[in-house]
Design a protein around this ligand. Sequence first.
Ligand SMILES: Cc1ncc(COP(=O)(O)O)c(C=O)c1O
Length: 367
Amino acid sequence: MINMACINLTDDEIQAAVNVLQSGALVMGKENAAFEEAYAAKTGAAHAVSSSSGTAALMLAYMTFLEPGDEVIVPAWTFIATASTVAFCGGTPVFCDVDPESFLIDLDYAETLITNRTRAIAPVHLFGNACDVDAIEAFAAKHNLRIVWDAAQAHGTTINGRDVGSIGEFVTYSFYPSKTMFVGEGGMTCTSSEDLAAAMRSKRAHGQSRKYYHDDLGLNLRLTDVEAAIGNCQLKRLDDIIAARRTNAAVLDAGLLDLPGLKRQRVTDGCEHAWHQYCITIDADEFGMTRDALKDAMGEAGIATGIHYPRGLHRQPVFVDRFGTTDLPVCDHLAETILAIPVHQGLTSSDLNTIVESVQSNCSAAV
Ligand SMILES: Cc1ncc(COP(=O)(O)O)c(C=O)c1O
């Protein structure tokens, strides 16, 4: 079976975890501090604050500024955590449609969502593709909004030569096993602000200034040192992981992009995509087969694929019940047409050939 993710830890990463377990310094020890420093250095961020997950990283960002009733514009085409964290922090996620080719937040649509309660915008560097950072910063400045960049899927993504982690007050990452960088469960919030870094470090540990003295409202959102140690080790091979993904994406491009009815996520101008996911859309009439039929056929050929996502967040009952719904035509269309195919660093050239040949052979229009 050709899988969607490669979650093999190296011997060094396993040994680093064992060393922490043997040391007994399991939480907020030197591996954690070193991981924050190394991740900040890697991305070029001024500060990086570790946490227990990508969801926790978003929570920490919102906990520093969101007030009850604040609205946050969130693309409906993303993982639920981008929006559920807004709701948990007392805000209202207001769902925005996305661009049909890049699958990233559509600023023209966002403009129609502005009210006097809009406090922030939450762009997502989806699948490892960067948003148009300059345009979003200009939009936020025009409407006086904070920006919470969700980079859970964008380890190593650059825009105009800069790592996306170096841009902004809040840039959140996930180290969940399906991600380009993976430690088990884990998250990081990069920030340009020393004060925000201090506030988030306080909030991830019960707002405790010294033992049992609590100055601020917080939670336990800490990363363990076991995971930080894996992260410290894995950071050294992150460039290799991303280089392999870029090479694989180029092979897929060469084999697939001429097929009628098949389009691949458009890469933002100036972006070096990190290929967390390689997502295509299928126009059933032109391709000669629906997305679902292609998925089934590839599955029968031993190739796993993914649907990210089967429905937009504006259609998820948890939000419909609380905030109502609206039609978002691009998201609704993507739910029927999008497909992620394997691109990870563990693929062999034979795997890549198998994937390309499978898609080609199912495209009846190409015969
Ligand atoms: C876009 C996005 N945001 C946030 C998260 C949440 O990260 P975690 O699963 O580490 O909490 C994910 C994880 O899938 C994600 O893809």
